[in-house]
Write a protein that binds this ligand. Structure first.
Ligand SMILES: [Zn+2]
Ligand SMILES: [Zn+2]
Length: 100
């Protein structure tokens, strides 16, 4: 199994968060760091990119999500399809008896 890619939290570089939980983490960390959050802004191309407001323009100019924006406007989470389990229920169809 491949190790999940870890993103560094913009609010606290000690936080390494799996990409699948990154947006959730950002929201909760933002609430815990309101002072820091005031100085940060999220990239208009990717909500996962949180950068200092001063650097936002600079970031958006080179943002990696900028070019893919037109192709995919949102990240779709991986969908896990469950294999259909065998049905163990008894068949209940009526059979016509030949001589009644
Ligand atoms: Zn954090
Ligand atoms: Zn960005």
């Amino acid at each position: 199994m491949e190790p999940e890619a870890l993103e560094i939290c913009p609010y606290n570089p000690h936080h390494r968060v799996p990409l699948s939980r990154f947006q959730y983490h950002l929201a909760s960390c933002r609430r815990k760091n309101p002072k820091k959050a005031k100085k940060m802004a999220s990239c208009k191309y990717n909500a996962c990119h949180v950068v200092p407001i001063k650097k936002l323009e600079e970031h958006e100019a080179v943002c990696v999500s900028r070019s893919t924006m037109e192709e995919e406007d949102s990240l779709c989470p991986l969908k896990v399809s469950l294999p259909s389990s065998d049905t163990n229920c008894h068949p209940t169809f009526k059979t016509l008896r030949p001589g009644g």
